[in-house]
Write a protein that binds this ligand. Structure first.
Ligand code: FDA
Length: 287
């Protein structure tokens, strides 16, 4: 599925099929304003992602900045936007991506909205952290994602522990990256211990019940109250758990992707769960 997420031929096939609409609707907001409103009314926080990645045309990176700036008008204070640096030109130049991300950070700050930089393919991670370090000088609230499947994730957490850090398992593969669930989970817990014991703001991005329990235990042991960290989950994944945790007083943020460029995002979601794939294939053949 991850290989298919990069195949233009598969993308044409899937995106032109009217049969995929149900699956897309499950994971991608068709009306972002309405979805943000509904989640907010349920006591959930949001991080909104305008879908798009791997852009190699400078004009398109400027258009992505404009879209994020317009999006800010729809968001309540306390919201977050998730940004992929390859949508802002990281493949063209680090300087361009930094300038574009800085423009989004400045506009977001003025609205009381934070920005988090998503982590993408392994060959963009050094650039991601370099851009994050530059942005933090002017925008200390800018957050960054660490992927536990990368063996150097613990080092990363130790170095950037004072920042807002979203910890996730990782939706990609990399040479030398952990592949076995047990190895990824162990790495996740090692990172979580460092982040919870540190001085930053941990954002625990998982739906995994065991890791959620470990996070809540570590938070108590490290003396963090419910404002000292947050859980994050994806739109469409375990929504009852999102509202259950929020009902207990925890901060829960839902990652809400929207926009026409949903193909690669959807393929990563299907790759995470074979049952999703079966559901998707059944929906293709059953009409
Ligand atoms: P795991 O995949 O083991 O799932 C645990 C349980 O959650 C499953 O048993 C199932 O019940 C449910 N579940 C998980 N995925 C599901 C799905 N797609 N559909 C239905 N049920 C599902 N990755 C990355 O590389 N860079 C990034 O920047 C981000 N950003 C990010 C933000 C947020 C808020 C979240 C929650 C996740 C990400 N990710 C990410 C994705 C992350 O790396 C990972 O691929 C997914 O969260 C799935 O991993 P889990 O930790 O949920 O565990």
């Amino acid at each position: 599925m991850l290989a298919l997420s990069k195949s233009p031929r598969a993308e044409r096939l899937v995106t032109t099929s009217p049969l995929t609409a149900d699956v897309v609707r499950r994971y991608v907001a068709s009306d972002v304003g309405a979805v943000v409103g509904a989640l907010t009314r349920q006591g959930l926080l949001v991080s909104v992602d305008h879908l798009g990645e791997e852009v190699t045309d400078e004009a398109q990176t400027g258009a992505a900045v404009d879209t994020y700036v317009s999006l800010l008008d729809l968001l309540p204070a306390g919201a977050d936007v998730s940004v992929k640096l390859t949508a802002l030109g990281l493949r063209l130049s680090q300087r361009l991506a930094t300038a574009n991300a800085a423009a989004i950070c400045a506009a977001a700050e003025a609205k009381g909205v934070t920005v988090t930089l998503d982590a993408e393919e392994h060959d963009t991670i050094a650039g991601l952290h370099a851009v994050h370090a530059v942005l933090r000088r002017e925008h200390p609230e800018v957050g960054v994602v660490v992927q536990a499947y990368l063996p150097d994730s613990l080092d990363r957490c130790e170095k950037i522990g004072a920042a807002r850090v979203r910890l996730c398992k990782g939706a990609y593969t990399a040479p030398g990256g952990y592949r076995r669930t047990a190895d990824i989970d162990r790495s996740f817990v090692r990172c979580l211990k460092v982040l919870m014991a540190g001085t930053g703001y941990p954002m625990v991005a998982t739906h995994d019940p065991r890791l959620l329990r470990i996070a809540s235990t570590l938070a108590v042991l490290d003396g963090r109250d419910t404002t000292g960290f947050e859980y994050q989950m994806l739109y469409g994944v375990r929504p009852e758990e999102q509202t259950r945790l929020a009902g207990l007083g925890s901060r829960v943020r839902v990652y809400v992707p929207y926009g026409a460029d949903w193909y690669a995002y959807l393929m990563r979601r299907l790759a995470e769960r074979p049952r999703n794939l079966a559901f998707f294939l059944r929906s293709l053949v059953s009409r």
